[in-house]
Design a protein around this ligand. Sequence first.
Ligand code: DHB
Ligand code: FE
Length: 290
Amino acid sequence: MAHIVGGLATSHVPSIGAAIARNETETPYWKPFFDAFKPVHTWLEHARPDIAVVLYNDHGLNFFLNNLPTFALGAAATYQNADEGWGIPILPSFTGEPRLSWHLANALVEQEFDISTCQEMLVDHAFTLPLKLMFPDAGDHWPVKVVPVSINSIQHPLPRPHRCWNFGTVIGEAIRDWQSDAKVVVVATGGLSHQLDGTRAGFINAEFDRFCLDSIIDRPELLARLSTAEIIEKAGSQGIELMTWIAMRGALPKGIHQVSSTYHVPVSNTGGAVLLLETAHQPSAALERV
Ligand code: DHB
Ligand code: FE
């Protein structure tokens, strides 16, 4: 059976890519955010996952408003990055793990999540930058295979947070049931609070972000039970990317411990957060649907 070794959640602003390209990672502005990945690197060296299942939200690169699935599951052999217009370098392509993708597709549809399966899928900054932050020295060869999973967070109606939680629990159970000895890390990217448009542009709510970082470990139902409107009110209209974190936590078992948690404001227009959770070595109970 495959084993989920841990969960990583991180913010994903495009200017992270620009900071890497311009060698600015040690500047006072960026250093606190990039330093948050030092414990992640140490952990990855030890945990050595084979596959990353990445819960993220496409921002208009692969899907646009004319064609926008609620839940989209990558089922390709490779995934390309492409120019999104942010001026950040295009990263090398990623190798998929279609066997796990189709196993997840079967489990999700069986459990009434009628996902789109994507045998071609471009991956945007929300997918590529977290991988680059995890593996800064990867060059052309990423050390993990990937399964991208995009959750619509740009065009309403959005899936409700509790539905993202349930979606994550099905993914977690399916990974643990997969006939493979692969080690899997579940990655969530997005958030925390930010709003890029409208009269509240620039809005960040550090208090709510810290509440998310704390409660997602032992009381994740406090987040899963919030409504979409409540999250947008507390975290900003793009802070709704928190849905990916909720889904990631749903995929992990009950028994986890925090390896590291970092919060730094602002990272571009966003409350910058990085949270690494490790699963217990002994199998522990799965979380329940809510
Ligand atoms: C920013 C944040 C995002 O999540 C994103 O997708 C694009 C930009 C920002 O803070 O600049
Ligand atoms: Fe985003």
